[in-house]
Design a protein. Sequence first.
Length: 151
Amino acid sequence: MRLVHLLRAVTVEFHLRGSEFAARNGLHPTDLRALIRLLDADRAGDTVTPGRLGEALNLNSAGTTALLDRLERPGLVRRVRDERDRRRVLLVVEQKAVELGWSFFGPLIGGLVDAAGDFSPDELDVVQRYLTAALHAAAPAEPPTGPGPRP
């Protein structure tokens, strides 16, 4: 249970930092979660449509549209037509969002990278295995059905 409690403490600290970032930049907490999802998808080479983002955040289409409108106004995200299928809209994170994130989270990320330097590659492999297992344990087994937030 020590690991579970420590993981919870880290999660709470990350949540507090995220809330501070959102408040400083006039973002809703869901806006930050959306930016993280979009940045992770971009890093993985995946494209994201508004529908996929809404599903990932458990938002209906009206909520997703409002979210995207909020992110487009300050120039953090833009909607573009898919060149292969002009009916499809893709979401792109603007460089401004990346720079804004690094200006706030850069020191935190740097501290985490520095902390990892105190561990051997084998130890880091174990940490990665545990965090991956923890993520799978925390994620829902099936996507929620129907409108409304998950319990």
